[in-house]
Design a protein around this ligand. Structure first.
Ligand code: SAH
Length: 238
């Protein structure tokens, strides 16, 4: 991977190579609740529990999340967990594949979720299981990157499309302060996010995301975690 100005912190998509050295995956996982994952606890199901992890980076969080879900719904409910992790960055996906301790229940694919054909591949994965939606779609720390690269409309489309294929949506949006840091780093490396200045969703971006999910997409927020060490709020929508 080539870095702008040799700065691994100045990335276009959040595809930091050393992401988990500074955003600890274990700590975030500890904040997750154990009882939101199934809508109706009492209805037994023989179906695998399907998860899409959008922007999985090198897979560290995905691997831990798999083990966590196995404890919450896998073993106690006798459900087989299947996670598909996708990321735009080829090198990161390759690292995730090499470090995958949970194959074949966890698999990784390189995909740009904003690419029209990406949804065909994701739908193909669902078809293998005769399903139209995932039990959970995870968007951990990715909304800002979609927003900076695809503007307000792109982020809205992202939320709408993922909402269409996820029963439970887990979203950890970056607050505005992160945007300012990302833009500053990019500038220092002699580059920019050209769409940044035209964003309408700005200082209250987390609220905009929530309102859009609730008002436009008819989702209901069912849980919010305590803030992460980076002051991000992991929110759950049904
Ligand atoms: N979800 C992980 C990593 C967050 S970093 C976690 O919270 O621990 C954001 C990740 O999103 C990066 O790895 C980046 O490559 C990926 N990403 C950004 N834009 C993307 C896109 N359009 N499609 C797929 N992945 C994308």
């Amino acid at each position: 991977m080539e870095y702008r100005n040799n700065d691994p912190g100045a990335v276009q998509y959040g595809n930091f190579i050393n992401y988990y050295e500074f955003n600890n995956a274990e700590q975030r996982l500890k904040l997750l609740p154990r009882d939101v994952w199934l809508e109706t606890e009492n209805i037994p199901s023989a179906e695998p529990y399907l998860v899409l992890d959008v922007g999985c980076n090198a897979g560290d969080l995905t691997q831990l999340f798999y083990k966590f879900l196995n404890e919450c719904v896998g073993v106690p409910r006798n459900r087989k967990i299947q996670i598909l992790g996708i990321d735009i960055d080829e090198d990161l996906v390759q690292r995730a594949q090499i470090g995958n301790e949970c194959a074949p229940n966890v698999s990784y694919t390189r995909l740009d979720i904003m690419d029209a054909t990406a949804f065909e591949e994701v739908n193909e994965y669902l078809r293998q299981y005769n399903r139209h939606s995932f039990d959970v779609v995870c968007c951990f720390s990715i909304t800002m990157w979609i927003h900076l690269n695809h503007s307000d409309h792109g982020l809205q489309q992202f939320l709408q499309k993922l909402s269409g294929i996820g029963d439970l949506l887990v979203v950890e949006p970056q607050p505005w302060k992160c945007y300012q840091t990302a833009v500053r780093r990019m500038k220092r490396a002699g580059d920019e996010f050209p769409l940044f200045s035209e964003l309408v969703w700005r200082s209250n971006v987390e609220e905009c995301v929530q309102k859009f999910l609730e008002k436009e997409l008819g989702r209901k927020k069912v849980f919010e975690c305590l803030p992460t060490r980076w002051q991000r709020r992991i929110c759950f929508y049904r």
